[in-house]
Design a binder for this molecule. Structure first.
Ligand SMILES: [Fe+2]
Length: 413
């Protein structure tokens, strides 16, 4: 009996401890006059611009960025640019989001920067602009980070970055958070990303969970688009969620697969994206074409779904010979055979990759399918990908968070 009581007490204590930790991690972080959530993204040329976004308590006074090349004294003689400020009402209070795109930067150059109101300033951060074309580069890809807490995301992101400090940016393929219109989630996600997202830009992809409200209704992903500024070149009604950009010899096209969730707001979203993607892929002359889309076009769920996405995008992917499509959503790592028209085509096929998971959520029921050359369900440990591009070679490596290599493959042009 005593042993039963002791066990019960221990279980209760563990329950309280875990509950407190979760409550702490998801607790509202009040915005203040001090900037936080300092985030790097791109809205312009990756060689000569850098977009910086951050948060303060509600104010109509726009913030400023002070910046200077890292090989000179800072902040003495730093240049300053004034941000655009946008008020944001959230379930944890009103706040202001400040964002500015630094322009006229030198390619391949490290800069120091800080954000503030012109009088008081944040700590000092740094970023490096992309080199001119022709140089090799590397980036990280993360599957869904949505979690009951964001310790797993923090650990996965920071571990991956520590092991690959030469990466130029990181991609998150969507479902960054569990409830996209609950700002507590963004406090946790952006807090966990601090130390990386202020040093290398994030390339964000919108997922279905970005559209969820605390009442389990759907919304356009406002908290995603207000914080994560991207090139303003998407179709009307989907700017901030659908976009494209070039880094080195890769052209990236980023799509929004949330037809079900966003249909009430943008009824013809797949038609709009089809027309946009056709123009976008036709216009690029880059060696590599890569698509980022949250829901995989070839998935690993027991029941078939997302035929509307395949119908919309597969003909264009085949027509323009897209090299790789990176996705998330299924929380597994899957690599397809090179596919064209749904059949293996080793010469002209596209590789479809599902990137695994960087948060806590797993799907035991996910299964390998005929399209998979490699399949791994990361139920035991989160994972990440590195992608290295050196001229006509693209090499992808897939690691467990602890460093074990799960898969390695490369494409040659
Ligand atoms: Fe998802």
């Amino acid at each position: 009996m005593q042993s039963f009581q002791r066990s019960s007490k221990l279980i209760f204590a563990a329950f309280v401890l875990v509950g407190s930790l979760i409550a702490f991690l998801l607790s509202p972080t009040q915005a203040s006059a001090d900037p936080d959530h300092v985030t790097l993204t791109w809205t312009g040329d990756v060689r000569t611009t850098q977009t910086v976004t951050w948060r303060t308590g509600f104010t109509i006074k726009p913030g400023r960025v002070e910046y200077r090349e890292a090989n000179s004294l800072f902040p003495q003689g730093g240049d300053q640019m004034t941000a655009e400020v946008q008020g944001l009402a959230t379930n944890v209070g009103n706040m202001s989001i400040h964002s500015v795109t630094l322009t006229g930067l030198k390619p391949g150059t490290r800069y120091l920067y800080r954000v503030g109101d012109g009088t008081s300033w944040s700590e000092q951060y740094q970023f490096t602009t992309a080199a001119d074309y022709g140089q090799s580069f590397k980036f990280l890809v993360f599957g869904d980070s949505q979690s009951i807490n964001y310790l797993a995301w923090r650990t996965t992101l920071h571990t991956a970055y520590m092991a690959n400090q030469d990466v130029a940016f990181f991609i998150n393929v969507g479902d960054l958070v569990d409830v996209g219109q609950d700002y507590k989630e963004w406090n946790a996600w952006l807090g966990a990303s601090k130390g990386v997202i202020d040093t290398i830009p994030v390339v964000p992809v919108v997922g279905n969970h970005e559209t969820y409200t605390p009442n389990r209704t759907y919304s356009m992903p406002k908290f995603f688009t207000v914080q994560l500024k991207v090139p303003n070149n998407g179709p009307e009604g989907l700017t901030g969620q659908v976009y494209s950009f070039d880094y080195g010899n890769i052209h990236f096209s980023v799509l929004d697969s949330q037809a079900g969730e966003e249909r009430g707001f943008v009824p013809d979203m797949l038609e709009l994206q089809k027309a946009w993607l056709e123009k976008d892929l036709k216009a690029t002359d880059k060696m590599w074409k890569v698509i980022l889309i949250h829901r995989p076009l070839y998935h690993n769920r027991p029941k078939d779904s997302d035929g509307d996405l395949r119908e919309a995008f597969l003909p264009l992917i085949d027509k323009y010979q897209v090299d790789v499509v990176f996705s998330g959503h299924d929380h597994v790592y899957g690599r397809s055979y090179p596919l064209r028209g749904g059949v293996i085509d080793k010469l002209n096929g596209t590789i479809y990759v599902t990137a695994g998971r960087s948060g806590t959520k797993t799907y035991q029921r996910a299964m390998a399918k005929d399209h998979n050359e490699v399949f791994y369900n990361p139920v035991d440990e989160s994972n990440y990908l590195t992608v290295e591009v050196s001229g006509s070679t693209m090499t992808v490596k897939v690691f467990q968070r602890s460093g074990f290599l799960l898969d390695e493959w490369s494409l040659e042009k």
